[in-house]
Design a protein around this ligand. Structure first.
Ligand code: BGC
Length: 493
């Protein structure tokens, strides 16, 4: 049995830190002193992602995709059918709602769509952070919270937002956890990820959970589409650009989806669609083949609430990068006296160092790395000299570099698989990968490493056709567009 770490703000790439205490220390007990330099050298060596490693990962990703498409359970990648067979056309009209539950924040949004001419007439949204206790509570508590926020938001409709009389408000529900879709508007939660451990939801239809909660609130709305955040992002980006073929989320968690040809999905039986294409949610966070991992990754995994699962996610996503660095720094403090003879107590707290802290430290260009010093002091209660700060930055860079480059290799794996089946339709023309998530958005070094890896793998010429585009918060509008496409009312107005 493993012991779950239940840290504060565990799933956050963006939450503010709540508590700051005065630094406390314990004396370093060193069994055998190991120079910090040699810990760093070993770390860099084990995290290295030269071209052959990237190739191996991209090839393994493509092979795992095929295995997951062949048969359910055929690989780590679930390759989930989204039941989204037709993408937004631009003709969508009317008022639609979107709900977004995926990480530390929960969003509600309404959008008035005006068809080809007017497109998005207006949007309004509200965002709240999910209280920590709800991440570890019961299913009813979580869905009641969501439904009550939705009820309050829905009451404030006005202005340019207009619902014809007699119609129910329709919702696109973005639920960003692995769900076995049973139709466009239903799906069973397979398991929670990203530090959520809500009891009583796994194995249940999450739309039914939401419907029950809405009923308890006396809220008469209808879920017309249940979508993963990657699927919402793809739909939202595709609304503006026909070349979008793939969507990737790099935030607290990570995942990718793409447009697949029906005849390339052997496990698809009896599911027909006019378009001959569908969106596949890869759930690539569960990928694990050929990754360069260290003892720090293994120990973090063993202490997590889902040991052995989501290994790619644990290596590349925002929830975990800070924690990996913390573990390395603790080892350097304990064995190599990185911060002198005492070890700051806070450095032993799981998840005290967050990925935004790494990014903040890597943006410090000052001679004395003052901002690095402040982050270390504020967060870990660490007093540091310049040498220690330099090492800390190198550790951050090593972990961010591995993450970004592996994410890039994953993207190339998907494109490679698509290209193999469609010969020239991916690399032979402009192909857009829509990206979203706080990690991608707010960690410039990570973003650069990702793009460099894509270019290295594809070569300069071919990579010119692959456009990696930030599609900020596209998943909300995307979910609303999919609700419109699956509206129960035949005629738009
Ligand atoms: C979930 C995915 C989700 C991703 C990004 C992962 O933990 O399993 O469903 O798309 O996070 O939010």
């Amino acid at each position: 049995m493993s012991v779950a770490a239940t840290p504060p703000a565990i799933g956050s790439f963006s939450l503010p830190r709540s508590l700051r205490r005065r630094p406390r220390f314990r004396m370093a007990v060193r069994s055998s002193a190991v120079p910090v330099d040699s810990i760093l050298t070993k770390l860099k060596h084990e995290c290295a992602t030269p071209l052959p490693v990237l190739r191996r990962v991209a090839d393994a990703m493509a092979a795992d995709m095929r295995a997951g498409l062949a048969v359910d359970g055929g690989s780590d990648l679930k390759m989930i059918l989204s039941y989204v067979d037709s993408l937004p056309t631009g003709n969508e009209k009317g008022l639609f709602y979107a709900l977004d539950l995926g990480g530390t924040n929960f969003r509600v949004l309404r959008v008035q769509l005006g068809g080809k001419e007017e497109r998005v007439i207006d949007t309004e949204f509200e965002q709240v952070s999910i209280p920590q206790d709800l991440m570890f509570g019961t299913s009813e508590e979580l869905f009641d919270f969501i439904a009550s926020r939705l009820a309050t938001f829905a009451q404030k409709e006005g202005g340019k937002f207009h619902l014809p009389p007699g119609r129910k408000k329709e919702i696109g529900f973005t639920f960003s956890f692995p769900v076995r879709q049973t139709s466009i508007d239903s799906g069973i939660l397979i398991k929670w990820t990203k530090g959520f451990a809500v009891s009583g939801t796994a194995g249940r239809d999450v739309v039914a959970c939401l419907n029950d909660a809405m009923e308890r609130q006396g809220l008469d709305m209808r879920v017309s589409a249940l979508v993963n955040d990657t699927v919402g992002t793809l739909a939202g980006a595709r609304y503006w650009d026909d070349d979008v073929m793939v969507a990737v989320i790099l935030g607290t968690g990570t995942n990718a989806c793409y447009i697949e040809r029906k005849d390339s999905i052997p496990k698809l039986q009896g599911h027909v669609s006019a378009s001959g294409r569908t969106i596949i949610n890869t759930e690539w966070g569960a990928f694990s083949n050929g990754l360069p991992l260290t003892v720090f990754d293994r120990e973090m995994d063993a202490a997590s609430i889902n040991p052995g699962e989501q290994i790619f996610e644990k290596t590349i996503s925002g929830m975990y990068l800070g924690e990996i660095v913390r573990r390395v720094l603790l080892k350097m403090a304990e064995d190599g006296a990185l911060f002198g003879s005492s070890i700051p107590e806070k450095l032993s707290m799981p998840f005290v160092l967050r990925t935004p802290d790494l990014s903040a430290m890597q943006q410090d260009n000052s001679d004395d790395l003052q901002a690095v010093g402040s982050v270390l002091y504020d967060i870990a209660g660490v007093e540091s000299n310049l040498n220690a700060r330099k090492i800390v930055v190198e550790v951050c860079d090593t972990i961010a570099k591995r993450g970004g480059r592996l994410a890039g290799a994953g993207i190339v794996g998907i494109l490679q698989k698509m290209e193999e089946d469609s010969k020239g339709l991916i690399f032979g023309k402009r192909t857009v990968v829509a990206m979203d998530g706080g990690l991608y958005e707010r960690y410039p070094q990570y973003r650069r490493y990702l793009k460099d890896a894509v270019t290295e793998l594809l070569g300069l010429e071919m990579s010119k056709n692959v456009v990696i585009e930030h599609s900020k918060d596209g998943s909300g509008i995307g979910a609303a567009l999919l609700a419109a496409a699956n509206s129960k009312y035949e005629h738009s107005f």
